[in-house]
Design a protein around this ligand. Sequence first.
Ligand SMILES: *Cc1c(COP(=O)(O)O)cnc(C)c1O
Length: 456
Amino acid sequence: MSDTVKYLLDESRIPKAWYNLMADLPTPPPAVLHPGTLKPIGPDDLAPLFPMSLIGQEVSTEREIEIPEPVREVYRQWRPSPLYRARRLEKALGTPARIYYKYEGVSPAGSHKPNTAVPQAFYNKEAGVKRITTETGAGQWGSSLAFAGSLFGLEIEVFMVKVSFNQKPYRRALMETYGARCIASPSMETNVGREILARHPDSNGSLGIAISEAVEVAAQRDDTKYALGSVLNHVLMHQTVVGLEAIAQLEMANDYPDIVVGCTGGGSNFAGIAFPFIGAQLRGGRKVRVVAVEPAACPSLTRGRYAYDFGDTGHLTPLVKMHTLGSNFMPPGFHAGGLRYHGMAPLVSHVKELGLIEARAYPQTPCFEAGVMFARHEGIVPAPEANHAVKGAIDEAIRCREEGTSRAILFNLCGHGHFDMQAYTDYFAGKLQDHSYDERELAMALSGLPSVSEAA
Ligand SMILES: *Cc1c(COP(=O)(O)O)cnc(C)c1O
């Protein structure tokens, strides 16, 4: 096959529009509230932080939102991402299940995050923005936005959680290679950072603190906006290219999943693979079991409270109703850095409340065990976050074996682990600790939730 033919074939399989689950939900999610007035916020409240085009997507109820051509042109570099059948893993497990995985590690930054970084950079550039601030935990989001910023000529400033800044020098080097500036958070560059350092000079930082710093800088300057790599409706929607492609690719394989699995930090890669299937089901299509897998050390969906909370530690963001562990929750330093957020995307929380998805939590050691088994049979080394989805899919495949039923399982292999080999080294050395909480510890972080009357 000539390159041209391959190009045309691939091109036709990149979706022309993102899918918006809002259009098919039986009830809309609860309103986002202004932290001062406790009244629903309007587009103007968000205007200092985001361009109007993205605010429009955040509140849209249109089923399809067209992907701008310059964004599709960038997507073309790695999309459609491959859908693989894990035949060697199936054989090793002795399962009658058919295991499929969508591999997002083929993007330049090595994860699903460029799927939203690229359109966010595009819309900001279109609105005349010069600089974008953001936060990053393990560095995957920071490097994805740095990549996207380099394509559209935007300055990118990344507040990186200090413990990761020190532990993951290669992710930082990657951001700097793409031309971004990377600052350890908490920093002396913001009021929030200075206040925290005054009280806790040795603070390791957290995603909640880094978000506060990035928001503070963006709110102060007209030429600067803020970008978030997960949680928000428009971010989840950009990720639906993953599930839309999977539907088309499975159709070519003459199959359809009975079970869809994804790992959840803020909820975006999970929503990306799951929402198109949930939407099809809501429109009368086939029923799918959808399973969200989270770390036992940061269990917002399985053990958090569904309540209004802030998105950040400094309490600069609006209040959103979500499954939360409390904005002061400090997760321990386990290896899946991308899953260490105190809350869950409001839309993912909402579909959990509607009974459209299940959730379960695993400690990190069995997840690494699953990831290593996956690598030894399929050849790809998953990111520590993705190991949670691998473990979820393997457990479902084992259940098929025990029940003697052949089901199709689809999971999102949301990134590779090439920058996370220290985590694997620690796993092999038996150094990983499995942290979980007693009810008292969880109740303490939740006692700081803002009081919002449930009528709101
Ligand atoms: C950021 C990240 C996550 C967690 O974020 P979600 O929004 O829940 O997807 C998971 N896996 C990888 C590889 C990531 O980079």
